[in-house]
Design a binder for this molecule. Sequence first.
Ligand SMILES: CCC(=O)SCCNC(=O)CCNC(=O)[C@H](O)C(C)(C)COP(=O)(O)OP(=O)(O)OC[C@H]1O[C@@H](n2cnc3c(N)ncnc32)[C@H](O)[C@@H]1OP(=O)(O)O
Ligand SMILES: O=CC(=O)O
Ligand SMILES: [Mg+2]
Length: 354
Amino acid sequence: MRSPRDFLKPLCVGAPDPITEVPFPPSRMIHFFDASNEKMRAKLPDIAAKADIVLGNLEDAVPVDRKVAAREGLVTVGKEIDLGGTQLWTRINALDSPWCIDDLTTLVGEIGDKLDVIMVPKVEGPWDIHYIDRLLAQLEAKAGVKKPILVHAILETAQGVAHVDEIAAASPRMQGMSFGPADLAASRRMKTTRVGGGHPGYLSMSDPTLDADGQIDASVARVTAQQDPWHYSIARMVDACTTNGCLPFYGPFGDIKDVAACEAQFRAAFLLGCVGAWSLHPVQIDIAKKVFSPPVDEVLFAKKVLEAIPDGKGVHMIDGKMQDDATWKQCKVMVDLATMLSEKDPELKAAYGF
Ligand SMILES: CCC(=O)SCCNC(=O)CCNC(=O)[C@H](O)C(C)(C)COP(=O)(O)OP(=O)(O)OC[C@H]1O[C@@H](n2cnc3c(N)ncnc32)[C@H](O)[C@@H]1OP(=O)(O)O
Ligand SMILES: O=CC(=O)O
Ligand SMILES: [Mg+2]
């Protein structure tokens, strides 16, 4: 473990100083695109106008014979496309792949000053972040990058979940984490082929009705309800990120046509504390925008509470509900998020009444 006194010193002579606080601009969706696909690249200015973050994916879903084209396509994006205020991220290939080192050297060398965040897949423990941290510092120093590139880990292995707190605390570069249900399911040998969402087999069942002899009456239907197989891990990720001042995100939802289930999955993550989710298809940008912008009625109520209790102390009744120091803080979370999003989105600003 590094000395706390050294934690905020650059890991290479000439590298930029690490940041002390993770920036939190609008981050409701991380929109994935395949930079090897010229058609998708051409659409990027339009996509960027709608999305908070666009991410050039180099890892899974990019075939082996297009890995280099995806990397080079992303360099073209960084050099030639004006994304306005939208953040540019990448997901590099995994640390145990032969492409990872060239992903990092090429991207930092060519567009290091354009890349906000590097997403690292299949992070298993703090050692993976330490490797990336030092290498990025060396590459930043070599390329003369002025602002430190931040690191985002995907939580998608059983080992990663077991080390989630140490991963979140591993470096001041840690911007946040995304929850990866597909690789995580495979890593844990969960028996599902779905990407996120529930499963009709993962349910709880009401007790049976007994007949006069005390036997189970099979003719009486029993109520079942699907449970959330991801709750435990997402909640752990939220705690680990929040404890260490970085941002938790839900990851992919694979059934693109099932917009209702996507919205439900995103909302469950929002309610647990996630700030955004991945969008794999343009249709999911709008879902994420809707879900990760706090609901207007809740924001209006939260504003009312803050206005009614200027010092945030004591006990009060507002609209029939008890409010005190803790509920004031809940309301502050809601109003702060709404205020931040309103700065980018005039429609939300009007709806929230700012
Ligand atoms: C599961 C674990 C993970 O790692 S998830 C992350 C890795 N996966 C990805 O990044 C997948 C990204 N998404 C995609 O490749 C596509 O959306 C997939 C899922 C293949 C569906 O594409 P497709 O069959 O073309 O859909 P579509 O016909 O409805 O498309 C309509 C128009 O929209 C475009 N589009 C599609 N996806 C994107 C995207 N992510 N970004 C930008 N544009 C996109 C399509 O090209 C299509 O355009 P057009 O109408 O033909 O001009
Ligand atoms: O990369 C994401 C996942 O779910 O796997
Ligand atoms: Mg994955």
